[in-house]
Design a protein around this ligand. Structure first.
Ligand code: UDP
Length: 326
């Protein structure tokens, strides 16, 4: 298949583009490099630098078979502080993508959605039929796009799957997390182990959870990429599926830090800090629907494997890490 991957210079988009190439597909990446790295675009993909809203219509043509749409702003805290950038950036570019697909007659879409669409869940594990009440702007923009995709599926026959990721981590080959501005727990903890930070801040230890710190469901990026390919291959015209992707097991912030200590052999000092606005206490996925619909099985469900792969990537980066002292 010939596929457009937006945001293919980002972490998840880059890994998915690599996996698509390995499976013999042709890949064109659009990315404005606002948060992505040129190095994350796999060799073998055609790279077009620029804004998706502007370029989608120019790049897409009837020779394409489908789109994986990752390009988005994706930081919870930033989305609460600067909502305009998220509504403009995420929603506008996704609508432009849907219209460009329509104009080119390309009707197969996999969309990078998020567990943040659910907000504070009434119960865990979270299933797709639970109410979507996002507690931050990031989740709200992704939910709005999910609604837009449903409308386009009904009206125009788009074949689509929104994959609602829980916490993606780990690395695949030479692709991993190396953002200029890092906010995610595992890469930040590993930067402490690397000696690029003094300590990790624990955002609140007074949450209603067993050890008082937030609980999340960490999924290996390679397992996530597998689900994207399966979704693309099984999309049906006029149907918009929404599928959760997680490992199904929750780990607290303290448990994650402990696994990182074990894997890296570094003491990793931690300091309790105030809660981060917009964070729900517990997010754990039920991925049963994805397993049923896609025949997907995570092959790296163990948090130690996730952290080991992330550490292999981060420690190999050394001074090329964005966090490296300069
Ligand atoms: N977290 C933390 N310290 C940090 C970064 C994150 O305690 O420096 C917590 C955060 O509050 C959340 C969990 O770790 O409960 C995972 O956060 P992350 O930003 O990795 O992913 P999110 O759950 O926001 O998608």
């Amino acid at each position: 298949m010939k596929l457009l991957v937006t945001g293919g210079a980002g972490y998840v988009g880059g890994v998915c583009a690599s996996v698509l190439l390995e499976r013999g597909h042709e890949v064109v990446v659009i990315d404005d490099l606002s948060t992505g790295n040129r190095d994350a675009v796999p060799a073998g993909a055609t790279f077009v630098e620029g804004d998706v809203a502007r370029l989608a219509g120019e790049v897409l043509d009837p020779t394409f078979d489908g789109v994986m749409h990752f390009a988005a702003r994706s930081l919870v805290g930033e989305s609460v502080a600067r909502p305009g950038e998220y509504w403009q950036g995420n929603v506008t570019s996704s609508l432009a993508m849907l219209d460009a697909m329509r104009a080119a007659g390309v009707d197969n879409l996999v969309f990078s959605s998020t567990a943040a669409t659910y907000g504070e869940p009434e119960q865990v594990p979270i299933t797709e039929d639970m109410p979507a009440r996002p507690t931050n702007t990031y989740g709200a923009t992704k939910l709005a796009i999910d609604h837009a995709i449903s409308s386009y599926a009904v009206a125009h026959g788009v074949a689509a799957t929104s994959l609602r990721y829980f916490n993606v981590a780990g690395a695949y080959g030479s692709a991993g997390e190396n953002r200029e501005v890092e906010t995610h727990l595992i890469p930040l903890v590993l930067q402490v182990a690397l000696g690029h930070r003094d300590h990790i801040k624990v955002f609140g230890d007074d949450w209603p959870t067993p050890d008082g710190t937030c609980v999340r469901d960490y999924i290996h990026v390679a397992d996530l990429a597998d689900a994207h390919v399966l979704a693309l291959e099984s999309n049906r015209p006029g149907v918009h599926r929404i599928l959760n992707l997680g490992s199904g097991e929750g780990f607290s912030v303290r448990e994650v830090i402990d696994v990182c200590r074990e894997v890296t052999g570094h003491p990793i000092p931690d300091v309790v800090a105030p809660r981060r606005p917009g964070d729900p206490a517990v997010l754990v996925a039920s991925s049963e629907k994805a397993m049923r619909e896609l025949g997907w099985r995570p092959s790296r469900p163990d948090l130690r494997t996730v952290v080991r792969d992330a550490w292999a990537f981060t420690s190999a980066l050394g001074d090329r890490a964005h966090s490296a002292p300069r």
